[in-house]
Ligand binder design. Sequence first.
Ligand code: ATP
Ligand code: MG
Length: 268
Amino acid sequence: TKIGIDAGGTLVKTAYRKNETILYQTFSSYNLGDVVSWVYESFENPIICITGGKSQLLSEKLNDSAKTVVEFEATSRGIQLLIGEQYESLKTNFLFVNVGTGTSIHHVNDMEQQRVGGTGIGGGTLMGLAYLLTGVEDYARMVQLASNGDRGNTDLKVKDIFEGALPPISGDLTASNFGKRESMIAQYPSASDILAAIIGMIGEVIVTVSSQMAVQYNVDSIVYIGSSFRSNPLLREIIDDYTRIAGKEPVFLKDGEYSGAVGALLSL
Ligand code: ATP
Ligand code: MG
């Protein structure tokens, strides 16, 4: 059986075919031994291709020699397959933004991909700031709490500054993430509010950087992938809204977080 593996900074994603459909699995990057056990317990004849930052480390732990491929190429190939399955008109000129532990931005034109930028603000930022500001370590709990949060208790909107006067830009835009200092001093925000605000800040930074790249490379669509969108409808919603405000079309691929693993599978 052919198995594609994307060993990232936080999560290891796997993809393999069974009866024409691709099956996916996720492991923690901190227990690569679990991936190795799963491979040898599940498959008699594994033929493996690995991508991602931890591909070298993982391949050293596998008994069989595994092929490795460059992450950006694999991700691009995987995305093209998923887009082909999920959209009727195949996009040929677009940006893809991989919101993993960190965030990486790529331009795809026909089959060529080029990394055009990135930011250290990503899924790892959520994990780290959530821990520092609320003590929450568990991802599922973090996104659950955030879903009940109110950013109105932490973030300053343009209309908060203009206080009734007509602002020159939409009053609903964020003027200052975590900028509502006076009101936070009067009443310390809840963990839910803080978590929602962290997610808001991350989403807005990602769109700000990505949408400017979209203008620079003259593309209409921005494809967002990465496990950071998993069980996190708030992040998706913020990025969806802000991308539209920036005049670009956001695309969220089903199973997009497995693009790298799918690309590795296709490389075999
Ligand atoms: P990189 O590509 O930057 O090397 P990665 O490939 O490991 O990292 P992803 O798997 O795409 O990154 O995304 C990791 C992020 O996904 C985490 O930072 C976190 O925000 C989110 N996430 C989703 N599910 C989980 C989970 N079960 N445990 C930890 N983080 C999770
Ligand atoms: Mg990754």
